[in-house]
Design a protein around this ligand. Sequence first.
Ligand SMILES: [Zn+2]
Length: 466
Amino acid sequence: MTANPHTLFAADALLPTGWAREVLLQWDASGCLIAVTPGSACPAGTPRARGPVLPGMPNLHSHAFQRAFAGLTEYRGAAQDSFWSWRMQMYRFANAITPQQLEALATGLYVEMLEAGYTSVCEFHYLHHDTDGRRYADDATLSQALLRAAARAGIGLTLLPVLYQTAGFGSQPPKEDQRRFIRQTDDMLALLERLTPACHAQGARLGLAPHSLRAVPPESLHEALQGLHALDATAPVHLHIAEQPAEVQACIAWSGQRPVQWLLDHAPVDARWCLVHATHITPDEIQRAARTGAVAGLCPTTEANLGDGIFDAQAWRAAGGRWGVGSDSHATVNAAEELQMLEYGQRLMTRQRNLLARADQPSVATAMTLEAVAGGAQASARPIDGLAAGRQADWVVLDANDPLLRGLPEAEAMLSAHVFASHRRSAIAEVWVAGQPRVREGRHSLHEDALSGLAAARRQLLTDPP
Ligand SMILES: [Zn+2]
């Protein structure tokens, strides 16, 4: 008898209910888990995982093109550098990138994400037009580049074309350097319709990202949400909110309300929504927003890099709020580091430790991994919420023999070391997406090609300054 090719035996696996021993994973030819059975014997011929098996982490917030200038904004340009001076640099690159360069950058980035433990990505995609701001002959050119990049790397994708119309609250006309982002609402709905079959064909999910309240006037927000609902009533909706105090002040000046308050009063926020950042949120807003079932999209390393501030994750969780993590600007691309930074921010704020653990899950790395996978899956609107039958066969195998983990007593301690004591290395041995091994021995099969392509695209952008 030959062994079933779609099986893996794990001495330890992190299931949605917590750690389990002697787990047999079985999946079908489409890459869907059909059985996850703890307490199993290992059938003859079944491969054994090299260490603890973790659910794949969804990356719930990415702007792929921003990978091009990671590392290039870490110097002082003005007397006081801030998010807004960083944004000027970002616009220089956004306005120069070609479709070929975007595809090369995204392919390299998605390979890096897979190697770093992310098995899917929500792409918050706001470059639509050519470098002069004119519509491409094929209006979906840049979205198609991202779809191809995700297919080639083998990462799950939730594509979120961005609606961007104004430069500030009160319908301020867009600026010249926002020319590639601007799209009228009916054009956006036409783009979504156009992208539906392409997304469907590769198992990607399609949603909508109203960029922020400053970039989308109320009537456009309303109209776009109605159009999206008609197209797909379960499609995800992501928007940036309350990332910066200046944005909160401008929203108050415009409407008399803070951004989260305004949104909850004027939009049908529910479990399909992902509120990206939500850094500057009041206790009252936390209570209200958490009750909607929306996910808080936290990007701790980018929020630290940009000097945004620290999200009150303890209050959010205490209110029953769901959350996940994203690598956003890609200054850091590492699922474990996002969790570490999130917990460390809370520790530094309160001078306490292990704040994001739970009574039923005292290991902080375990509790955070489970919550970030569940919240990330919800924001992705894909069946990727952990190792259970009916979910996609996405997981990460740690190498129990890696020097970072060797000698630790059990899987829970190994995950803790992976999150909190990785020494900027990785103990990831394998990463599987939809039942396919995309990363082996810590390396993606396209590692050389994809990262050379990324480097070449970056070099071109730097040699040929915008
Ligand atoms: Zn963002």
